[in-house]
Every structure is written in C-alpha cells, then in structure tokens.
Design a protein around this ligand. Structure first.
Ligand SMILES: Nc1ncnc2c1ncn2[C@@H]1O[C@H](COP(=O)(O)OP(=O)(O)OP(=O)(O)O)[C@@H](O)[C@H]1O
Length: 273
C-alpha cells in the first residue's frame, strides 16, 4: 500500500529533515513514531502531497506522490497537527462543509457528519461554535472529519496530542474501527503499541526501526516497562524496559527523567543481559 524509497528532505536553510528514508507497509494502521523534530510531519506532508521531497520517491496505493499527486488527493484525507477550526462554525457545519467540498451530496454529508459526531462523542456540542469548545474537542472535530470522509487513506498527524485520557481512548477506539487505512504520527510508544499493525520509528530524519508491531516488540516480552529511570541509577545508560526483578530494584529510587524513544529502541536488546 505504501512504498517509500530513499526519501530525503533538505529545507532551504539546510536542515536535513529526512535522510534517505525507505520502508514499505501494507498495514491497516501504520504509526510513524519519533521525538520532536524527528521528521514525522515532514514525511506526512510529503506522503500526503503537500510538500515536495528533495530526492527519493514514494508511492501510495501504487500512485506516485509527486508525479500523480492530483490522483492521490482524491483518495486521501490529511489532518495536520496545526489544524484549527473556524471559530464561528459548529462541528456539524465543519464536517458537512468538508464533505460537500469533497464532492458528497448535502444529504449524505449531513448523514455522515451526524454519524461521525455521535461516534466521536461530540454529538452534544454539534451546534456550538467551535470557539466555545475545548482544545481537545476542537482536535476531535478534525478526527471526526477524517472519519466521515470514508477516504481510502487517512493521515493523522499527532491525533491525540493535547487530549485528556478519556478523549484519547475515544479517538483510539475510532482509529481502530475506522474502515479507511490510517497513517498516523505519534510521540507515544503506547499509542503506537495500541493502534498499529506496523511501526516506523524515526530519529533525526532516519529510520531507527521498522516492521510489524509484533516483531518490534518481541524482544520486550516478559519485561516490565519503567518510565523515567534516571541515568544515575544505572550508570550512564537510560533503560526503560527492565526485567521484573531489576525493575523492582530501581523503582522508588528512580529520578524522573524522560527516556528517549531512540534509547528505548536501541537499548532494549541490552536489557536483561
Ligand atoms: N519549513 C521548515 N524549514 C526549515 N526547517 C524545518 C521546516 N519544517 C521543519 N523543519 C525542521 O525539520 C526537522 C523535522 O521537523 P518535523 O516537523 O518534520 O519533525 P516532527 O517529528 O514532526 O516533530 P514534532 O514531533 O515536534 O512535530 C526539525 O529539525 C525542524 O526544525
């Protein structure tokens, strides 16, 4: 479904956001996982035909994202991270406008919009101006738009950033049940674990790990996840997956410090040795 071949992006100021990224996946849900600045948004923008790569190529559903961008656009929906609703328009208006602009009839648009709003838990506020919604609700309006579109492929850039835990679960449930294929970005390991069939992990514009969730997580089986283990406790190395005994040993003494995602993947092989 998606084939990425040596994709690179160097911005005008010389920043290398993507450095020869290659992977392929036919997953129902593909997560692109990485820390801030890893290159996730750059990749999503290229794949969803909003940004040109500096070199390399990518095909989605066999369609070249550069040479056949127009053809691809009719099959995808992309919800960017920074999407902001129009303040005076309601969630129902947003979704119906979006769907009619994509070519759906007004009556089908209304029907699909209502269905999506119910599913995502925004039914009660469907007629409120978006200005009067919370940040998380505004975010959900865009997920509902994607849901209602019935597009072949939906790109969601950090769909749950800023959501409370319940809203996050609601969005997860929607992503799991959505009929479209989904490509999403996330900072959260547990989100990638929960939702994806395949994971591509980016760090500083390069692929650090890729494959099916099962393959990537297999080495962690039987290990206990410990968040925020400080370097002072276990030498210079930060480890976030430990065997149970070791975890018990360090929990309580832990200095809370975020463990980098790169470490998490690179180091898990060393854990328990
Ligand atoms: N228009 C731009 N011009 C120059 N550099 C850019 C531009 N957009 C992004 N970058 C840089 O490219 C790198 C990758 O950015 P990108 O937004 O793709 O990362 P990201 O993984 O999506 O980060 P985040 O999780 O913070 O959204 C970063 O170093 C960023 O500063």
């Amino acid at each position: 479904m998606i084939d990425v071949n040596g994709l690179s992006k160097v911005y005008k100021d010389g920043t290398v956001a993507l450095d020869s990224v290659s992977f392929s996946s036919s997953a129902k849900v593909l997560s692109v996982l990485g820390r801030n600045g890893a290159g996730k948004t750059t990749m999503m923008r290229i794949l969803s035909t909003q940004l040109l790569p500096s070199s390399g190529s990518a095909r989605i559903l066999g369609i070249d994202v550069v040479k056949e961008a127009k053809k691809l656009r009719s099959l995808i929906v992309s919800i960017p991270q920074e999407a902001k609703p129009i303040g005076f328009a309601s969630p129902l208006e947003h979704i119906t406008m979006f769907l009619t602009a994509r070519g759906m009839s007004i009556s089908t648009s209304l029907e699909e919009a209502r269905r999506a709003l119910k599913e995502i838990g925004l039914w009660e506020v469907r007629d409120k101006p978006c200005d009067d919604l919370s940040g998380g609700m505004k975010r959900k309006v865009f997920v509902a738009m994607a849901l209602a579109s019935n597009a072949e492929i939906i790109f969601l850039d950090e769909p749950t950033t800023g959501l409370d835990p319940i809203s996050r679960l609601e969005v997860w449930s929607i992503i799991r049940n959505i009929s479209s294929r989904v490509i999403l970005t996330t900072h959260y390991m547990e989100e990638a674990e929960e939702l994806s069939d395949d994971i591509v992990m980016l760090g500083k514009g390069r692929v650090i790990a890729k494959g099916s969730k099962e393959d990537l997580l297999a080495p962690l089986k039987g290990k206990v996840r410990v968040e925020g283990v400080g370097e002072k406790i276990i030498g210079k190395t930060q480890i976030s997956y430990l065997d149970e005994n070791r975890a018990k040993e360090v929990i309580g003494k832990a200095i809370i410090k975020p463990v980098s995602l790169e470490d998490l993947f690179i180091l898990y092989g060393e854990v328990g040795n």
